[in-house]
Design a protein around this ligand. Structure first.
Ligand code: SF4
Length: 236
């Protein structure tokens, strides 16, 4: 039976970080990765609030006047795990000329629903977890092949891509990794923006509340000066 509601973790109405312009950012529940730096662990387990597609559409539409140079970003969790329901919502948003971005790790099977969501959206914000299989496993517990299948698929369609990479002290805050990242990004077509995001431990408190182990307890927040040095080495 076709699903007609979306599980939502939270909604940010004036987001400035997740795509161009002012955006409504809808954080959808469920994720099949477990990134060591995740600051949305609440999206892994609990069910969140269920919105019908119409209710979520009406909620977003209230902000339409603020979104003229921005739009809506579906983030998570992993938004593509609710692709079946997202299709109808994105179709409705596009009829209102609202720009739609998908913030994804691309760690999903490439079903026809996933492909439809990507093809309907204006922008894919691709969260690279690592450029190599050992780092990928260490950072998010997954297999890099799914990320690579997803990128190969993106390379077959003409979609605007933003790249994001979290930089974690002691793990990937070095020139060698940034060079690998530069080489990796060169293989992705239509990239218009690359962002290095510094690790911060602000999500730690949520792990305590959810009784989950936090594996970066001893890791300091990413130093901003060092992050800027690494940003300057991005060859883009
Ligand atoms: S993919 Fe995103 S939501 Fe999922 S664990 Fe990683 S950071 Fe958290």
């Amino acid at each position: 039976m076709k699903k007609c509601s979306l599980e939502v973790s939270s909604i940010e109405t004036m987001g400035l970080l997740d795509g161009p312009g002012v955006r409504v950012v809808v954080f959808l529940n469920r994720c099949n990765l477990r990134c060591i730096f995740c600051h949305n662990p609440e999206s892994w387990a609990c069910k969140g609030r269920e919105y019908s597609i119409d209710d979520l559409f009406e909620t977003i539409l209230k902000y339409k006047n603020y979104l003229k140079n921005g739009g809506v970003t579906f983030s998570g969790g992993e938004p593509l795990l609710q692709s079946e329901q997202l299709i109808s919502l994105i179709v409705k948003l596009k009829k209102e000329n609202i720009h739609v971005a998908i913030d994804t790790a691309g760690y999903v099977e490439l079903t026809s629903e996933v492909k439809s969501v990507i093809e309907l959206s204006n922008l894919v914000i691709m969260d690279i977890k690592s450029t190599n299989s050992i780092g990928y496993k260490q950072i998010c517990g997954g297999k890099i092949e799914l990320q690579e299948d997803f990128i190969n698929y993106l390379n077959t369609i003409n979609k605007e891509i933003w790249i994001r990479q979290v930089i974690v002290p002691g793990i990937n805050d070095n020139e060698q990794y940034i060079q690998q990242l530069n080489d990796y990004i060169k293989k992705i077509k239509n990239v218009t923006n690359v962002e290095l995001l510094g690790y911060h431990g602000m999500g730690k408190v949520k792990y305590k509340e959810l009784n989950l182990k936090y594996s970066l307890d001893d890791t300091p927040d990413m130093d901003l000066n060092r992050l800027n040095e690494l940003r300057e080495k991005i060859d883009f």
